[in-house]
Design a protein around this ligand. Structure first.
Ligand code: G4P
Length: 287
């Protein structure tokens, strides 16, 4: 997957992004890191810790509508044990979004107290959103902004070029998110990003990717997956993943002239249906 990394995130690109985030960090008091609830490891950028130093942070496990609920609860617990506040959200329906402001206030409570002790009466604090591409940053910002129409762009003292949404009393959010680069060091990370659609298909071998996804589904045997393609459990257990892909193609009537199975079409469909959670609410990574 190192080829993929070089296509999407060459070093110059990363340096520029890093610099932009560092500049924004000077303006804010806390960071909201959006990750994908289905892949909480692969959708994080491990360099973020170094980048944000010890700024307070909230983690948003987004796309929780497509993740396994028990797994998401375990992840929230896992982060809690590390003293990190994490909440599950779904920007498609808006579920969980109302936990956001209270969570931010919680992580900022020390700072608010300190500022008040210094004599500031109602200090306004600011946050920014960060996350890898496709994780739902714009969806989240749009939702929060819609709920809080009053934009603060005309207020004096606001840096030109930055716009802020007032999202609660004394709380503002930067309108542009920090885009983090995904880390492909590990083959599994690259694959998980590809399964969930975080990286573009056109630079990947789609059939190989589908076979790798089937390797995973064979172990997990999600009920929705088996039912959707009218498979037998024994097919799933005993077939090689490529044969399973062929079987799925056959069941869906994806044939080319001569009666051969169009495995490319089957692969595209499988990935597509996985990405839209039609094969079940599946979390690929556990704490
Ligand atoms: P980004 O700014 O971080 O790059 O991500 P963006 O908000 O553009 O979201 C990427 C895709 O993920 C979008 O789908 C968006 O609708 C979807 N998405 C975001 N949050 C959630 C969520 O909580 N649940 C689900 N199921 N999907 C979510 P898209 O297909 O690219 O666009 P669209 O067809 O929805 O417009």
């Amino acid at each position: 997957m190192s080829e993929m990394q070089s296509i999407q995130w060459f070093p110059g690109h990363m340096t520029k992004t890093k610099r932009q985030i560092q500049a924004s960090l000077k303006l804010i008091d806390a960071v909201a890191e959006i990750i994908d609830a289905r892949i909480p490891v692969s959708s994080r950028n491990p360099d973020l810790n170094k980048l944000i130093q010890n700024k307070p942070r909230v983690i948003l496990l987004n796309k929780s509508d497509m993740a396994n609920q028990t797994a998401t609860k375990k992840w929230i617990e896992y982060f809690k044990n590390q003293d990190i506040t994490a909440i599950a959200v779904d920007c498609k329906s808006g579920r969980g979004i109302n936990q956001f402001v209270p969570a931010v206030n919680r992580v900022l409570s020390k700072k608010i107290t300190a500022l008040k002790e210094k004599g500031m009466i109602n200090p306004t604090l600011r946050i920014m959103i960060v996350g890898i591409p496709n994780v739902g940053k714009s969806s989240f910002i749009n939702r929060i902004a819609k709920q809080n129409r009053a934009k603060a762009e005309d207020r004096p003292g606001v840096t030109r070029g930055n716009q802020w949404y007032t999202i609660a009393k004394n709380l503002e959010m930067l309108d542009t998110p920090g885009v983090l680069w995904p880390k492909f060091d590990d083959k599994t990370v690259g694959e998980h990003l590809a399964f969930t659609g975080a990286v573009k298909d056109r630079i990947l071998d789609i059939e190989l990717l589908a076979v790798r996804l089937l390797d995973f589904l064979k172990k997990l045997k999600p009920k929705d997956f088996i039912a959707r393609y009218k498979l037998e459990e024994s097919d799933v257990e005993n077939s090689e993943s490529y044969d399973l892909l062929k079987l799925i193609g056959k069941k869906r009537g994806m044939l080319v002239s001569g009666g051969e199975i169009n495995t490319e079409r089957a692969a595209i469909m499988l990935l597509d249906e996985f990405r839209s959670a039609k094969l079940g609410k599946i979390t690929l990574e556990m704490p």
